[in-house]
Write a protein that binds this ligand. Structure first.
Ligand code: SF4
Length: 190
């Protein structure tokens, strides 16, 4: 439905404006370390597919970023298959769906070398507080977000972050899916 809607040259800006924190984190890690481990590639790769990045552009983007780390040859040999696979072009040709918040929050918890997961659930509150400051969340919203996180209301905390960064009193929807978050943000910003 969305195919071709988003160009990879816009991802950097979109990551700052309209990505939920879970995807911003994988994007930043990929840009900085030129690598993501399996679940990070799955989480971010399927999100990119669903916002409308074509298979060709996805391959280009991952090759460009991971190629700086492991080299283009190794990327082509070891990783391009998985990207085509995510788009249903290899193996059983399943059309994989992007992960919901529930999946990200409850499955495959990240280890220390990982960057996937939900920052509201998987990041310590001190680190999360720092991150929210870096991302310029209004300071009065930060305490509220941290309190929600401490009470284990991860998705409500994410909704609060959405509202605060889109200059709204309350978010107008419940965050249940990173792609929904992205679509709602784009609706407001466009
Ligand atoms: Fe991502 Fe959902 Fe967590 Fe928000 S609540 S950061 S959209 S997984």
């Amino acid at each position: 439905r969305n195919e071709g809607k988003v160009s990879i040259t816009d991802l950097e800006e979109l990551s700052k404006l309209s990505y939920p924190l879970c995807m911003r984190q994988t994007h930043v890690a990929l840009k900085e370390t030129h690598h993501l481990r399996h679940w990070g590639r799955m989480q971010y790769g399927l999100f990119l597919k669903a916002i409308g990045v074509t298979l060709e552009d996805s391959l280009k983007f991952w090759r460009q970023e991971m190629g700086k780390g492991i080299g283009i040859d190794k990327f082509d040999k070891q990783y391009s298959y998985n990207i085509r696979h995510n788009y249903g072009k290899e193996g059983k040709r399943t059309n994989y769906t992007p992960y919901s918040c529930m999946t990200i929050i409850t499955k495959n918890p990240p280890s220390a070398q990982d960057h996937h997961g939900c920052p509201f659930k998987h990041t310590s509150s001190d680190l999360l507080r720092q991150k929210l400051k870096t991302y310029k969340a209004p300071s009065d919203s930060i305490d509220e977000i941290i309190n929600l996180v401490k009470a284990q209301h991860f998705q409500i905390a994410c909704g609060k972050y959405f509202a605060a960064t889109h200059k709204m009193e309350e978010s107008s929807f419940q965050v249940t899916h990173p792609n929904h978050y992205f679509d709602e943000s784009q609706k407001i910003l466009k």
